[in-house]
Design a protein around this ligand. Structure first.
Ligand code: UDP
Ligand code: MG
Length: 328
């Protein structure tokens, strides 16, 4: 892989008009004082406010900025992936546009990458969000994710992270899986470190997520668990369920027969008979789902080369055509 810059900064933007200029200024200030070549990539994720207009104006004034405008609001993960795909830096740094993350922490992340880590993840040790609604579900979620994925982090939710591009570009992300990048990346084997970073309250604009995020995180966790453990052998997952169902079915059938011969209990009126049939069907279903999943995972691995976003426009002073995937 050839890299044009040392660093690519990737920031998704959804209705952050009041934050854009401040964000760029702080980033530019921090980055231009370091000895790295860099590019800043801001992705407008279908904002309904003036964000894109602000980005256009800014792009005309400066030289280290690239802007991507997505055709609609795809969500934080697809927006980040759009930025990651066109990035040309050896190290990719992601953060939020609202300045809750502090660009002054970037040098600290880079020091750890220099020490040989592939992913350096920010840990908002002193988090400035509302206590009950955000901190407690997040604490439980982090414990659970760490336990289930085996990748132990205190703070999966912090977007401020540094990655080696060769790792991050291999990771396929869908849905809202940006929160699980370290876990998904562990599929290819990575060295991960967590470092405490600053966290500020949001001054302008609103958070894009409410409490319902907790439920989506739980669903994503089930998915990530499947991806990590069974993606390349789905029959082991569904097959296990199928075998358990067959065992329950078999035992219920024996109980039904035993009750018939020893207690003269009518087979048709016996609930165990129903259970035996129900679990027999469930077992057959599970095994066949496993076989189908095996077929699907083969297609997946052989690669459809599909993209999860669709680009409207790109503003850049470099030619980016060969990096862009126009398929959706
Ligand atoms: N974001 C985005 N698309 C969305 C939702 C959010 O690009 O559909 C961006 C948003 O502009 C911000 C980052 O993702 O830069 C994180 O969002 P937010 O600050 O609302 O999340 P929170 O800090 O509340 O977890
Ligand atoms: Mg935020």
């Amino acid at each position: 892989m050839e890299f044009k810059y040392d660093l690519s900064i990737v920031v998704p933007i959804y209705n952050e008009a009041e934050n854009i200029e401040r964000l760029y200024n702080v980033l530019h200030d921090v980055l231009s004082r370091m000895d790295y070549t860099y590019e800043i990539i801001l992705i407008d994720d279908g904002s309904g406010d003036d964000s894109y207009k602000k980005l256009e104006i800014l792009h005309n004034e400066v030289n280290d900025l690239k802007v991507i405008k997505l055709r609609k609001n795809f969500g934080q993960t697809p927006a980040m992936v759009a930025g990651i795909d066109i990035s040309q830096g050896e190290i990719i740094i992601t953060l939020d546009a609202d300045l809750q993350n502090d660009p002054h922490d970037i040098p600290k992340l880079l020091d750890n990458i220099k020490d040989g880590y592939d992913i350096v993840s920010g840990w908002r040790k002193n988090r400035k969000d509302k206590m009950l609604l955000r901190k407690i579900p997040s604490k439980i979620a982090n414990r659970l994710i760490s336990k289930i994925t085996g990748v132990h982090l205190h703070d999966y939710g912090c977007t401020l992270k540094a990655y080696r591009a060769c790792i991050l570009k291999q990771v396929k992300l869908y849905g809202e899986l940006h929160r699980f990048i370290p876990a998904v990346a562990s599929l290819v084997g990575v060295r991960i470190k967590e470092v405490p970073v600053n966290h500020h309250p949001r001054e302008f604009g609103e958070s894009k997520y409410g409490i319902s995020r907790t439920f989506r995180v739980i669903l994503d966790l089930i998915l990530v668990n499947y991806l990590l453990r069974y993606m390349h052998k789905p029959i082991h997952f569904f097959g296990k369920l199928g075998i358990i169902a067959f065992i329950i079915s078999f035992i219920s059938a024996l109980v039904t027969l035993w009750m018939k011969f020893y207690d003269d209990f009518d087979i048709t009126g016996n609930p165990f008979f129903m259970i035996a049939i129900l679990f027999m069907i469930a077992g057959v279903q599970a095994i066949f789902t496993g076989v189908l999943a095996e077929m699907i995972s083969r297609i997946y691995y052989e690669g459809l080369n599909k993209s999860i976003y669709s680009i409207d426009q790109i503003l850049s002073k470099d030619d980016l055509r060969e990096n862009i995937n126009y398929q959706s």
